[in-house]
Design a protein around this ligand. Structure first.
Ligand code: ADP
Ligand code: MG
Length: 150
């Protein structure tokens, strides 16, 4: 059983966002997908780093994969494999989404998938994903809403 918190959270620094995501990463013990939505600079990558740290992955390794689009992280000691995707640069055509190899990631029994800019997935639906919506409230304040699709 996973105990991943859902609901609305307010954070007042990048560290607080990291800490919230860290607790979520720690709680994950089965294949899970997180769709991170929010504008540029909202804190999606900070959140992804926190999830990675919760899996015992070095957060310094979790960066927005600029041209690679997909970063697979399974360093020594990691509890699960982290697939970190940043789809900002893809147009979202069906072929491009297909070529990402998502099916394999979603079928990895030790895989945790984190996707920035999931809007680009278009018609490609991922069942049972957690939606994480990050809004900039000004300054260092962020609203983070976590819900789960059914
Ligand atoms: P994104 O991936 O959404 O484009 P990043 O995570 O790369 O955004 O960057 C978020 C930026 O906002 C970082 O520079 C971070 O230090 C800053 N920041 C300030 N306050 C917060 C907060 N409460 N939560 C997350 N990031 C914050
Ligand atoms: Mg990012």
């Amino acid at each position: 059983m996973q105990s991943i918190p859902t609901g609305q959270f307010i954070t007042r620094s990048a560290e607080e966002t990291f800490e919230l995501a860290y607790q979520i990463g720690e709680a994950v013990n089965e294949p899970t997908v997180f769709l991170l939505q929010g504008d540029l600079g909202a804190g999606k990558t900070v959140f992804a780093k926190g999830i990675g740290a919760g899996l015992d992955i070095d957060p310094a390794e979790v960066n927005s994969p600029t041209f690679t689009i997909v970063n697979q992280l399974d360093g020594p000691g990691a509890r699960m494999r982290l697939y970190h995707l940043d789809l900002y640069r893809i147009e979202g055509g069906a072929n491009e989404v297909y070529d990402l190899g998502l099916e394999e990631m979603l079928n990895d029994p030790a895989g945790l998938v984190v996707i920035e800019w999931p809007e680009r997935l278009g018609e490609f639906a991922i069942p049972n994903a957690y939606q994480v919506m990050i809004s900039d409230l000004g300054g260092d304040e962020r609203k983070i809403e976590i819900t789960r699709d059914r």
